[in-house]
Design a protein around this ligand. Structure first.
Ligand SMILES: Cc1cc2nc3c(=O)[nH]c(=O)nc-3n(C[C@H](O)[C@H](O)[C@H](O)COP(=O)(O)O)c2cc1C
Length: 277
């Protein structure tokens, strides 16, 4: 089912929850049961993947039905006046959460479910695999039924230690995107990274910027295959292991690769980036 709707102002909570939404006027005669849906959102001449909420907002005590859509993995640079929504699949009923944190965690799962339903998860992993193949890397994909978003979760899923997990963390160095590869056992020292790239100011990119610049959700950023070119730095401690595991573009897939191949395919500069534990 498909409908067109006009944008109306929201309450501004979505941004704080980490899932900004475009709020819509409920079109007359809309025949859609209340619930959360995976959808496509057409804005102007572009189509984006989306997560749609239609119904009351019981978590904030609102009974009036709200129609709103979160656009996945993109930051809209214009505020649309009208959008067209193509509803793809019902995911769950609207529920009452007793904290913003619980709602946020559920929305994170909804967004993942949307990625699955809309076929984006497989797409992204294929993009990473294609890029690695193009660069003649020797690698293996590991897909898990549980999340491997954090280094701890990834290590647990593999039955290994976090030092073999490669964290790919996006930073902005004087505004320029820089990807730091560091073992899951450590944090990145922004001072060391700033020195390595000769920048005055280095800060971690927020999730929206990560999605926009890399084309991947934060927590699933792979070392290669990004939407825009990024300079890569690699911590020298990663070279110690014979095999390491990096994100493969989706929150439950890892790619096993030798650190030497990882270095070659990313053209990374090897430096010490890790914060003393
Ligand atoms: C994918 C998705 C799922 C949502 N699920 C619920 C829900 O189960 N219960 C609820 O009270 N609100 C839910 N909401 C609505 C949020 O509470 C709402 O987006 C947030 O309060 C922001 O409102 P605002 O745009 O008016 O600022 C959901 C929104 C989205 C995009």
């Amino acid at each position: 089912m498909r409908f067109q709707a006009q944008r109306v102002p929201g309450k501004g909570r979505g941004k704080h929850l980490g899932f900004p939404t475009v709020n819509l006027r409920v079109p007359e005669g809309l025949s859609l049961p209340h619930g959360i849906y995976a959808c496509w959102v057409r804005i102007g001449n572009r189509t984006y993947p989306g997560a749609l909420h239609y119904g009351p907002v019981p978590s904030f005590g609102e009974e009036e039905p709200s129609l709103e859509v979160h656009v996945l993995d993109h930051v809209l640079d214009v505020t649309p006046e009208t959008v067209e929504v193509e509803v793809v699949r019902w995911l769950r009923p609207v529920l009452a959460f007793d904290s913003a944190e619980a709602l946020r965690a559920q929305m994170e799962q909804d967004v993942e479910a949307c990625r699955e339903v809309l076929g984006l998860a497989a797409d992204r992993v294929s993009r990473v695999a294609a890029e690695l193949r193009r660069k003649n890397a020797s690698f293996r994909l590991h897909r898990f039924s549980q999340s491997t978003r954090t280094a701890f979760e990834a290590a647990r899923a593999l039955g290994t230690t976090p030092d073999r997990i490669v964290k790919s963390v996006l930073f902005l160095a004087d505004g320029q995107p820089v990807l730091a590869l560091v073992s899951g056992a450590y944090r990145v020292s922004t001072d060391k990274l700033a020195r390595a790239c000769g920048a005055d100011r280095v800060r971690a990119a927020d999730p929206e910027t990560v999605a926009r610049l890399t084309g991947f959700p934060a927590g699933a950023v792979p070392p290669v295959g990004h939407a825009t070119p990024v300079v890569v730095f690699m911590d020298d401690a990663l070279l110690v292991a014979d095999l390491v595991y990096a994100g493969a573009g989706d929150p439950n897939t890892l790619v096993a690769i030798s650190p030497q191949d990882l270095l070659r395919v990313t053209s990374a500069r090897v430096v010490e980036l890790r914060e003393a534990p």
